[in-house]
Ligand binder design. Structure first.
Ligand code: HT9
Ligand code: FE2
Length: 345
């Protein structure tokens, strides 16, 4: 099949202090996030001058993919579009239509299934096509890549490097983290006949694959950045509470790997490098955080491999038994009621 472009579909982030509140309003519209939480999160952004690292990281990752595409002689322009901030996905799709693109591949910057990690990007695709109207290109989303060998290898090397930065000290625990989601959203993730919890099970599987690659006997999987009201259960334990628990057990230090994200965006640099690191320091524990895979050349290599599954019928390289999901056309869900959105309070 011949494709006209790649749409790089991401979350988006503010680029200055005046962007912070409108950005947060975009993210949380209709989602029942308490006002106090929004104000607290706004402060996190203001610590960094109101600029999230996420857009610059995406631009750098796009440049790496463009270079790789050129090296391999693949003529596929890359266009950047976000859910929550400029450049918006609606504008990106309108621009593609205006330039005559008919068939477009979409790379979502999330490796996992689940509503927030997969299906919400489908909704973005459908919304952008609807806004574009009759001339909208066909949008084919690339599959989930949490078990791709290049993703696993690059995360594993980043975890090794973090341990090395602590002198490979004995007893330092490896702790994988991902964005917490409401319990109900996790239960509803995956197709109904799979038994639920596809999101947390895929996070667990990715952590297992990375640990196996490094030869780690012990590790934990925990959660971060929860935002709902306290009465609604979310995936636990939280990374900061977990550091307390490890300290109580006499663990001398932690390497934290944010396996649920591809880049070192604000929830990584604030919630981990600040809050989690501070808690570890209070306990006198060593702390290091592994860097995200998107700055590793193997990430661009992986994206091009995912593209080649479509352009050349290349085999899908994957290390887990999960079906290769996430690849759908024009924002369709992977299956009927897959990762169904939950009603919000
Ligand atoms: C699973 C998941 C991913 C991973 C998949 C993926 O990467 O897409 C992710 C990524 C991200 N989440 C991000 C930021 C935010 N997420 C929020 C809120 C929420 N996230 C949720 C889940 C996830 N989020 C959920 C269930 C909520 C509750 C409200 C809702 O159901 O929608 C809020 C609201 C305020 C608050 O934190 O309460 C913010 C600001 C940023 C950008 C950071 C930057 O600016 O650098 C990124 C990459
Ligand atoms: Fe989020």
């Amino acid at each position: 099949m011949r494709y006209d472009a790649l749409l790089w579909l991401s979350f988006g982030g503010p680029e200055g202090p005046e962007d912070v509140l409108p950005f947060l309003e975009n993210v949380t519209r209709g989602r029942g996030v308490p006002r106090e939480r929004l104000e607290a999160v706004a402060e996190h952004y203001h610590h960094f001058g109101g600029v999230s690292p996420i857009n610059a990281l995406n631009r750098a990752a796009i440049a790496a993919v463009e270079a790789r595409l050129a090296d391999e002689g693949l003529d596929l322009p890359v266009v950047f579009g976000n859910r929550n901030w400029d450049p918006y996905v609606e504008d990106a799709v309108a621009g593609l239509a205006a330039s005559g693109a008919r068939e477009v591949l979409v790379f979502p910057t999330s490796a996992f299934g689940g509503y927030s990690a997969c299906r919400q990007y489908d909704e973005d695709i459908a919304r952008a096509r609807a806004a574009c109207g009759a001339g909208a290109p066909r949008l084919v989303k690339l599959r989930q890549f949490f078990d791709h060998p290049l993703f696993v290898a690059s995360v594993a090397d980043a975890v090794r490097a973090a341990h090395a930065s602590l002198g490979d000290a004995p007893g330092v625990r490896t702790v994988f983290t991902a964005h917490s989601v409401p319990e109900a959203a996790d239960v509803a993730s995956g197709p109904p006949d799979e038994g639920g919890r596809r999101y947390s099970r895929q996070i667990g599987e990715a952590a297992r694959l990375v640990a196996a690659e490094i030869g780690l006997a012990d590790y934990d999987v925990v959660w971060q950045s929860r935002s709902g009201p306290p009465r609604i259960p979310w995936l636990e334990p939280d990374i900061v509470d977990h550091i307390d628990a490890l300290h109580d057990k006499g663990v001398p230090g932690v390497v934290v790997c944010p396996i649920g994200f591809v880049s070192d965006h604000l929830e990584v640099v604030w919630d981990l490098d600040n809050e989690a690191a501070e808690r570890a320091a209070e306990h006198g524990m060593a702390f290091a955080r592994s860097t995200g895979p998107d700055t590793d050349p193997r990430f661009a290599e992986m994206v091009v491999e995912l593209i080649r599954e479509h352009t050349d019928g290349a085999p899908a390289r994957k290390l887990s038994d999960f079906p290769a999901a996430g690849c759908t056309v024009d924002g369709a869900p992977c299956a009927v009621a897959c990762c169904a959105p939950q009603r919000r309070p």
